[in-house]
Design a protein around this ligand. Structure first.
Ligand code: SF4
Length: 275
C-alpha cells in the first residue's frame, strides 16, 4: 500500500478539498456610472408606469428583483408587486419577504411596500403529489415542468388577471436562454399583454453594487454560495466560475432551464411592442 498518498491527502488544507463557492461579485466601475445606470433604470420604470393602466411586477426576491423593488418604492410608482408563494420556497426567502416589507415600512412611511402572495391551488398540488410523488420533478423534465405549471405558471396567470403589462428582473447575461432578451416583448402566453425586462443590460456586479450602495435587504442564501434562488428542492449553491444558473434544476441541460414563466425564452417567440 502506498502510504505516501494517504498521508498527503490527510494533511491537505481544507480549502483543497472543498471548492470555493460563488460569491457576489465586486464592482470595478465608477460610482458616477452606476448612478447614471440606476437613473436610466428609474426612467424605464417610470415610462412603463406611465404607459400602462395596471402594470404588475413579479418578484422572486432575487437580487435583481430587489433592485427593481427599491426603485419602484423610492419613486412611489403605481406598479403593483407580487410574488409566487410556491409552497416549496426556502425558509430564507420566506423570511426575506417579511423583512423587505418591514424595511420599506420603516424607511418610507406613507408608501409602504405590500407584496401580494399567489399560492398554487391545493387541489392541483394534491393531485400531483398523489399521482407522481412530492419530489417527482427529479424524475423527468415533463414532471418538473408540470410541477412548475401548478406551482408557478397557473398562479402567475391569476396574478396577472386584469393586468396590461408585467415586469421581470431577467438579465441577458444570466443564462443562454436569456441572451436575446428584449426590453419589451408581447407575452402571447398571457393574452398578448406587454412584458418588460428593464434590467436586461445590467451586469451581476452592477446589481450587487446597487444593493450595497442603497442598503437593500437580500436573501441570506447568497452568502452561502447560491447565485440564483428558486424553490428549495430545485436550488443549490454553486462553485466559483460556474454559470449563474448552474444551481437551478442542475440535473437538466442548460437549454431547458426555464420554469414556464418565461417560456418564450426557449422558443425565441418574442414580438417587440411599442416601448
Ligand atoms: S422549481 Fe421545483 S419545486 Fe418549484 S415549482 Fe418548479 S419543479 Fe416544483
Amino acid at each position: 500500500m502506498n502510504t505516501d498518498v494517504i498521508t498527503h491527502v490527510a494533511e491537505a488544507p481544507v480549502s483543497f478539498l472543498r471548492p470555493a463557492l460563488w460569491k457576489a461579485p465586486e464592482y470595478s466601475g465608477s460610482q458616477a456610472d452606476l448612478d447614471a445606470k440606476a437613473a436610466m433604470l428609474a426612467q424605464r420604470l417610470a415610462q412603463i408606469a406611465a404607459t400602462h393602466v395596471k402594470p404588475r411586477f413579479a418578484t422572486s426576491l432575487a437580487a435583481e428583483d430587489m433592485v427593481l423593488t427599491d426603485l419602484i418604492v423610492k419613486a412611489n410608482l403605481p406598479i403593483a408587486v407580487f410574488t409566487l408563494e410556491t409552497g416549496r420556497l426556502p425558509q430564507a426567502t420566506l423570511d426575506l419577504l417579511e423583512q423587505v416589507e418591514a424595511h420599506y415600512a420603516a424607511a418610507y412611511a406613507g408608501r409602504d411596500l405590500k407584496i401580494d402572495r399567489f399560492a398554487p391551488r391545493a387541489e392541483d398540488v394534491g393531485n400531483y403529489v398523489s399521482s407522481y410523488g412530492a419530489n417527482a420533478f427529479y424524475d423527468s423534465v415533463e414532471h418538473r415542468k408540470l410541477c412548475c405549471q401548478i406551482r408557478k405558471v397557473e398562479p402567475l396567470a391569476r396574478a396577472l388577471t386584469g393586468a396590461d403589462a408585467w415586469l421581470t428582473g431577467q438579465r441577458q447575461e444570466q443564462a443562454v436562454t436569456r441572451a436575446n432578451l428584449s426590453f419589451a416583448e408581447r407575452d402571447d402566453a398571457r393574452g398578448g399583454i406587454a412584458k418588460y425586462n428593464p434590467l436586461l443590460d445590467w451586469t451581476e456586479a452592477e446589481v450587487w453594487a446597487y444593493l450595497r450602495r442603497h442598503g437593500v435587504p437580500v436573501n441570506a442564501l447568497y452568502a452561502q454560495g447560491y447565485a440564483s434562488i428558486g424553490c428549495d428542492p430545485c436550488t443549490r449553491a454553486i462553485k466559483q466560475g460556474e454559470d449563474a444558473r448552474a444551481g437551478r434544476w442542475w440535473w437538466e441541460s442548460a437549454e431547458k432551464k426555464e420554469c414556464g414563466l418565461h417560456e418564450a425564452n426557449l422558443n425565441g417567440a418574442k414580438a417587440a411592442v411599442q416601448a
